[in-house]
Design a protein around this ligand. Structure first.
Ligand SMILES: C[S@@+](CC[C@H](N)C(=O)[O-])C[C@H]1O[C@@H](n2cnc3c(N)ncnc32)[C@H](O)[C@@H]1O
Ligand code: SF4
Length: 448
């Protein structure tokens, strides 16, 4: 990037760049077709000492939020939801049968969409199948994404009984005007009630998802929503910048583009959220997370053992992550495996007794080296340069130079450090080590 006179203008120029979120390296657009036999080979190599994480994708919601960028479908059809739950039960059995051992599960995450859409009954069936097929460790983290607007009491009770101990609530922004502009109305009492009911059922750890960059939003809205999260005692708060990609998500055309904040306003909103959360006693983690100092994510961050996976930042350190459900992605020592994204195709595959894997990527030695570097940058905001082979470093240096010049990163005692000013630009630092970026640059949304 050419030198711009005003530091703020330089940051704006960085924020305009399109970069991946590095929830994996290589990132999902680089996956290619993958045969079931390859995946079966990877599963067969799982060792008795390996711990296991499970991710179940449940891609349904009752109504579509206009801003939504998730892989989800809108349905109220009970038959469709029951079929999906039955498909998950079937896939659980197929996966367990493909494993040579019964490794202990240390973490389970239900994501979506809104996983509770399959109802208490569907959730109960899926959990029973999982507990039968896998050995859950007593201290396993069981977490679920929930929508305060659709949280039924029977689902809360079921989740509590099933041993869930963490829930993430989609909150986004608490201002009614902003909520109207994104097609998602959820008054304060609704969120309060969700938190109280979840805690009452024994689900003690609560995460909030907030967003900035939404139509009609300004710094006051974002700061007020952040303070609300703190008042509700959220243990973790994720603050996501709205990714406006109507060419990929046509329903986002319902968003009034002329009401979207510009790049500078987005930066100010991200800063306002950060200020409010730091003032409320949270610690900043990586690119976009905040946690109470005693939360396991803050503890992992201090200890330098934070990880990053497809769900974002995580304390989960299991070497094997298996994905179940349409489009779910797993990460194994050999590489990544993604299920068929189409619900019907996924269902047909599992009903036919097939592991529904469709795409994936076998890691090369170069991928492994860069993956470790990129994960360290994204999670620890620092990199021990002894871990960086000379050739990789040489290719990164010219890309790092403007970031070093602009104070977003610095070199000190054999380490590359992302500065506080550079925290929100950590993807830019990570991207310096990405050997595959150029081809995919056009596909991502604004970086901040
Ligand atoms: C699967 S949803 C959370 C659970 C539930 N479906 C809900 O919305 O309450 C995951 C989160 O992704 C974030 N999100 C969704 N669409 C986004 C977008 N276009 N850009 C950035 N973040 C987005 C929101 O913060 C949302 O809460
Ligand atoms: S934001 Fe959540 S509730 Fe809204 S459509 Fe997306 S996944 Fe569904």
């Amino acid at each position: 990037m050419d030198a711009l006179p005003d530091p703020r203008a330089r940051l704006e120029a960085y924020a305009r760049q399109n970069l991946p979120r590095y929830t994996s390296y290589p990132t999902a657009p680089h996956f290619g077709p993958m045969a079931e036999a390859t995946y079966r080979g990877w599963l067969a190599a799982i060792q008795p000492g390996d711990t296991l994480s499970l991710y179940l994708h449940i891609p349904f919601c009752k109504e579509l939020c206009w801003y939504c960028g998730c892989h989800t479908a809108i349905t109220r059809s009970q038959a469709r939801l029951s079929h999906y739950a039955a498909g998950l039960v079937r896939e659980t059995g197929l996966l367990a049968a493909a494993l040579p051992v019964r490794p202990p599960v240390v973490s389970l995450h239900l994501g979506g969409g809104t996983p509770s859409a399959i109802g208490a009954r569907g959730l109960g069936e899926v959990m029973a199948a999982l507990r039968e097929a896998f050995a859950f460790r007593a201290d396993a983290e069981l977490s679920v994404e929930l929508d305060p607007r659709t949280l039924e009491d029977d689902a809360v009770a079921l989740l509590g009984r099933a041993g869930f101990n963490r829930a993430s609530l989609g909150v986004q922004d608490m201002d009614e005007g902003v909520q109207r502009l994104i097609g998602r109305i959820q008054p304060r009492e609704m969120v309060e009630s969700a938190v109280t009911r979840l805690r009452g059922a024994g689900i003690q750890a609560i995460n909030f998802d907030l967003m900035y960059g939404l139509p009609g939003q300004d710094t006051r809205h974002v700061a007020a929503s952040a303070r609300f999260a703190a008042e509700m005692g959220a243990d973790r708060v994720a603050v996501f910048g709205y990714a406006h990609v109507p060419w990929m998500k046509p329903h986002q055309k319902a968003i009034a583009e002329d009401m979207l904040p510009d790049v500078l306003a987005r930066m100010e909103q991200a800063e306002a959220a950060e200020r409010a959360l730091l003032e409320a006693g949270y610690v900043a983690i990586g690119l976009d997370h905040f946690a109470r100092p005693e939360d396991p994510m803050a503890v992992a961050s201090r200890a330098g053992v934070l990880r990053r996976n497809f769900q974002g930042y995580t304390t989960d350190r299991a070497p094997v992550l298996l994905g179940l459900g349409a489009s779910a992605i797993g990460a194994l020592p050999q590489g990544y495996a993604q299920n068929l994204p189409d619900e019907r195709a996924w269902l047909a595959a599992v009903e036919g007794g097939h592991l529904p894997v469709a795409r994936g990527l076998e890691l090369t030695e170069d991928d492994r080296i860069r993956r470790a570097i990129i994960e360290a940058v994204m999670c620890d905001l620092q990199l021990d340069l002894q871990r960086v082979p000379a050739l990789v470093w040489e290719s990164a240096v010219p890309r790092l130079a403007p970031l070093l010049r602009d104070g977003l990163a610095r070199l000190e005692d054999g380490r590359l450090l992302v500065t506080e000013a550079g925290r929100r630009f950590v993807r830019h630092v990570a991207a310096c080590f990405d050997a595959r970026l150029a081809a995919a640059a056009a596909r991502h949304s604004a970086a901040v």
